[in-house]
Design a protein around this ligand. Structure first.
Ligand SMILES: N[C@@H](CCC(=O)N[C@@H](CS)C(=O)NCC(=O)O)C(=O)O
Length: 232
């Protein structure tokens, strides 16, 4: 059986989507082989017979699953004998928290830094779609949305403080081994790194050392992830 993962690819084969990285981490954690199929924004409606508005979309033994969290839950239920993504019910609850925390404490302030970088990475023929859909969603011109980039970057760095405190106690956010909560955060760092030439983390930041530990666990993700500069 071949597992197919449809994921977002932009100009220069940049792979930015944090949610696609979350799905990749889920597959990698379960040690499942998969084929990653790149798509642009305008290709999404045509994936796997249609009906999907976002990627990732996974095709698995005749079943098609959209949404990174649904993919994680499906893989956890389908492959109980492989390493657990969550580490039990309490671990799953922690993963739910980290998803919510990531959406508010990382995704939004990161977007306020990198939205124009993403736009500049979107192929010319998809830029009008991207600009229109995002300006509608955020109620502002892209340029206005990133007007306070420096403050937003500082907010992201400050929001990582609980992670630094956690990593002073243990090698991974989930304890002795990396689990889904680690992948949530790593996915957002891969997103930033794929499109933005700005440095997010200093090399002596404990989050940098943790990120490198996570990357070392998954050489394929480290190799396939693209970067605007060489760092987290
Ligand atoms: N809740 C979804 C969100 C997925 C998502 O928003 N994907 C973005 C790429 S990062 C997308 O496909 N956007 C399509 C579009 O904006 O047209 C998940 O976790 O998979």
């Amino acid at each position: 059986m071949t597992i197919i993962l449809h994921e977002l690819a932009l100009r220069g084969d940049a792979r930015p989507s944090p949610f696609c990285w979350h799905a990749r981490f889920s597959l990698a954690h379960k040690n499942l082989p998969y084929t990653a199929v790149p798509t642009g924004f305008t290709g999404i409606p045509g994936i796997a017979g249609g009906g999907h508005k976002t990627v990732p979309v996974m095709e698995h033994a005749g079943k098609t699953i959209g949404d990174s969290w649904a993919i994680a839950e499906f893989l956890e239920a389908t492959y109980p004998d492989r390493p657990s993504l969550f580490g039990g019910a309490a671990g799953k609850a922690y993963a739910v928290f980290m998803r919510s925390w990531g959406l508010t404490a990382l995704r939004l302030p990161m977007l306020k830094v990198i939205l124009m970088d993403i736009y500049n990475t979107v192929p010319a023929e998809e830029q009008t779609y991207f600009r229109t859909s995002r300006e509608q969603r955020f109620g502002a011109k892209l340029e206005e949305f990133v007007a306070n980039r420096d403050e937003s970057a500082a907010a992201v760095r400050a929001n990582l403080e609980p992670l630094r405190a956690t990593l002073a106690e243990q090698p991974y956010l989930s304890g002795e081994t990396a689990l889904y909560p680690d992948y949530v955060v790593a996915g957002y760092l891969l997103w930033w790194r794929a499109v933005s030439p700005r440095r997010l983390l200093e090399s002596d930041d404990p989050v940098t050392a943790w990120f490198q530990r996570v990357m070392a666990l998954y050489p394929r993700i480290a190799a396939d992830s693209t970067r605007a500069w060489d760092g987290p």
